[in-house]
Design a protein around this ligand. Structure first.
Ligand SMILES: O=C[C@H](O)[C@@H](O)CC(=O)C(=O)O
Ligand SMILES: [Zn+2]
Length: 280
């Protein structure tokens, strides 16, 4: 078996206040996500979101259904977003091949029975980052490149948060049921993402950090705005943000991260911003 999964239960913010470092890491840190020759899936009880990775090496990897879905195949009642953060690879969806280069994305609609991942070069494997959510409708599968993305530049070097947000899988770019995904790249010298921080109690979110050098790390903040905690993350590790939590981080260098969210609405701009000076 090359497919592995782990379940994560949802947390009440009143209980969260008492968590120590180990408990925070057990319940909110997703790792390992990219393991050669395997598919790693994390099944979250927040909005039934799945976050994981597929790293095909010398042979293709098929997206197998996992027990918590109680379905005949993975996409029977789900949609899937994929962003490749490794070498070039191919995703085959019911027999149609989509080649994904570095940082290219694919939206796969509900009802597709077979999804197979391949790398073009086993020595430089693709690292397919996967986010999946329950779906009520079958929308067409679509490849999305950075040229198709909705791009926003935010922040400034003076506040160490100058960054470019590329919205890849959002409903202005591709029809989706509830999944939204994009990529935010910090400029050299900028380390803070998502400042000022925000919550959106209507949607949960997951951040996957990458383009972090091996000897550097990101400090990710979570919790209610006046009860924050932190997790130290390495390259290609991810953090869960419950709907009631902020999600913001600072790196020991600049980096890029993928955000993925799901829940009540598809309105990216629907955020409750927290004043930086109100955080505790
Ligand atoms: O709800 C939206 C997400 O938290 C991110 O898109 C925010 C982000 O990438 C940033 O500001 O750096
Ligand atoms: Zn957010």
């Amino acid at each position: 078996m090359s497919t592995h999964f782990k379940s994560y239960y949802a947390t009440n913010p009143r209980d969260f206040k008492a968590y120590d470092t180990q408990r925070l890491r057990e319940d909110f840190l997703l790792t390992p996500i990219m393991e050669d020759g395997t598919i790693q899936l994390n099944y979250l009880h927040y909005d039934r979101f799945i976050a994981g990775g597929a790293v095909p090496t010398d042979k293709p990897l098929k997206l197998e259904v996992i027990d918590p879905l109680k379905a005949d195949y993975f996409l029977e009642r789900r949609e899937l977003g994929i962003i490749n953060i490794g070498g070039t690879g191919t995703v085959s969806v019911d027999g149609t091949d989509y080649e994904l280069g570095y940082r290219e994305a694919l939206y796969v609609g509900r009802g597709n029975k077979e999804v197979v991942f391949k790398s073009s070069d086993a020595a430089k494997p693709a690292h397919f980052y996967l986010n999946s959510t329950p779906a009520h409708h079958a929308y067409p599968t679509k490849k999305i490149t950075e040229a198709d993305a909705e791009v926003v530049e935010l922040g400034a070097l003076e506040t160490a948060n100058h960054r470019v947000i590329r919205k890849l899988i959002v409903n202005s770019v591709v029809e989706v049921c509830q999944l939204q995904m994009g990529m935010t790249q910090l400029k050299t010298g900028s380390v803070w993402n998502t400042m000022p921080a925000h919550t959106h109690d209507r949607r949960m979110e997951v951040y996957l950090y990458f383009e972090l050098p091996e000897d550097q790390a990101a400090c990710h903040f979570l919790g209610e705005p006046t009860e924050t905690r932190h997790l130290w993350l390495k390259n290609e590790e991810a953090a869960i943000s419950p709907p009631w939590s902020i999600h913001a981080g600072s790196g020991t260098t600049n980096y890029t991260f993928i955000w993925g969210m799901a829940g009540e609405n598809l309105d990216y701009g629907d955020m409750d911003k927290c004043a930086i000076t109100d955080l505790k």
